[in-house]
Design a protein around this ligand. Structure first.
Ligand code: HEM
Length: 127
């Protein structure tokens, strides 16, 4: 087992690697740039949030205090199939950064969260 410091480092590496792909992506890049900005400091705030998020998901660290539902509901221009692209890039990034067993845990967690986000964004009761 990795110690806490090594875990934090590996989350940081994975998140940085993943968002590198996202920024370059023809579908997702523009959405993220519009919401977050072009500047390095805008991105470092988002990345720091995502380190805390994944630390909370994988290690129950409780570091992330936010509302992902709200953050995503406010986005414009996202279509349901964009989630397939997000997950494909996540599968790639986890495969490139982690051992297979760990990569599969990250993938499963992301799929569950993606499904809840998608439900919240696109399938409103009564609509
Ligand atoms: C934040 C886009 C899927 C987790 C954001 C932001 C954007 C975004 C643009 C920044 C919002 C802002 O700061 O104004 C998308 C798109 C997705 C997607 C286009 C898929 C099509 C996911 C998935 C997860 C996730 C699957 C989790 C596995 C988060 C979290 C935040 C975030 C935790 C931070 C929310 C906060 O401010 O506390 N997303 N996202 N996103 N995203 Fe996503």
């Amino acid at each position: 087992l990795l110690d806490a410091e090594a875990n934090d480092q590996s989350i940081k590496r994975l998140v940085d690697h993943f968002y590198g792909k996202v920024i370059d992506d023809d579908l997702l890049g523009p959405i993220f740039r519009r919401a977050i900005g072009e500047k390095l400091e805008d991105w470092s705030t988002h990345l720091a949030t995502m380190y805390r998020f994944w630390s909370s998901v994988m290690q129950c660290s409780g570091r992330y205090k936010g509302n992902p539902m709200k953050a995503h509901k406010d986005l414009s221009g996202v279509e349901p199939h964009f989630f397939d692209r997000w997950l494909a890039l996540w599968d790639e990034a986890t495969g490139e950064c982690c051992e297979e067993e760990l990569a599969n845990i990250y993938r499963q967690k992301a799929r569950n969260i993606a499904n809840s986000l998608k439900m919240a964004m696109f399938y409103q009761p009564g609509q």
